[in-house]
Design a binder for this molecule. Sequence first.
Ligand code: PLP
Length: 450
Amino acid sequence: MITNQELVDRDRRVVWHPCSQMKDHEWLPMIPIRRGEGVWLEDFDGGRYLDAVSSWWVNIFGHANPRIANEIRRQLGELEHVILAGFTHEPVVRLSEMLVAATPPGLTRCFFADNGSSAVEVALKMSFHYWLNQGRTRKTRFITLSNSYHGETLGALAVGDVALYKDTYGPLLLQPITVQSPDCFLREAGSDWREHSTRVFEEMEKCLDEHADETCAVIVEPLVQCAGGMRMYHPEYLRLLRAACDRFGVHLIADEIAVGFGRTGTMFACEQAGISPDFMCLSKGLTGGFLPLSVVLTRDHVYDAFYDDYATLKAFLHSHSYTGNPLGCAAAIATMEIFGDGNVLERNRVLAECMAGAVEELVDHPHVGEIRQHGMILAIEMVKRRAGMEEFPWQERRGLTVYRHGLNNGVLLRPLGNVVYFMPPYVIEEDEIMTMARVAREGISLATAG
Ligand SMILES: *Cc1c(COP(=O)(O)O)cnc(C)c1O
């Protein structure tokens, strides 16, 4: 039998972990996971952790979900992979049909990639190339929101705005036009989300008016800027943005990589604004958290702008080796079927209320600046002082204290800076929500004391 310590020792000799300062692991234990079931992860010494962050927001129906696992197993016996240029297979056709049916109206074409960042790259390139094919050669830029996040590859990183990930690579990046995020955390006292998001939209309107000629697309994370600290805004902003993009002849890219598949209460966040984007990027929950896969959905007129005789050289010559992998598609089909069969969104509404109730007592905590929620995403912002929402200095790493308290008490919470959040798999039970919330409350009190 392998023990935690043995695996961690071997790991430290050969593995370089993502998004980590490896030196931290001189004192911060690495957690080796042997198996998962539902919301639980289990280590080699029998320790259990409730996965409150859905393993980086990908898992929606629980670890080792038998239905998804069986679909992958069945597909494994048929076809593991085939080139998708010039060839096709049933899972990719079936999944595309399901996605076209499930997403907002007008999104009729599916272009596959294998991770979220690559889907963002596809959307950026496709938008630029669409305008090029129309002879609009001056359109070379993108508009993005402050504090947004769209992935780590250079194009995706460039259109994001989280300094911690981006600034180091500044010299390598495209220069987008950045406008103020409609994020409601720092709204003026007395105003509500709708008023605030609507007022902030004026800056976007001005920016479009000034830059539409040189702009391919506006890219946004609908309703929640997840990596930017689960900052949230009102759907009215998306409605205004859709109308303005139409007026100014600029594409709208909705990056629903994190918020898609029911996270914000509706199947897709755009539905709450009643809008259809020109491009929708999906990944994370797409395969239920089983396999890497991503897709960009777009509209007929975009597809048609590339559809011509070969010699016109208008084709979209982008690919990834594992584009539309059949195993990933099988996992995604099973995931869509679970949504199709059950009352998933209805049950989530009950769970979302339960999460809100479970942290209610923190509302008056002297170091909690705000508790905010969009459906199955609930975030608690720790502040040094509530007056003026004064932040704890990042060097103090208060969130890390919550993380460590969580691990010591069987809950995987992974705060983003000073923001503690819940984004659990939808199979969580009410008593598990209570456990998750209790450990988070204790962790917050511990982390903000002194
Ligand atoms: C995670 C994420 C991405 C990047 O996806 P990867 O699969 O990690 O490359 C892009 N956009 C948003 C909104 C995300 O949350």
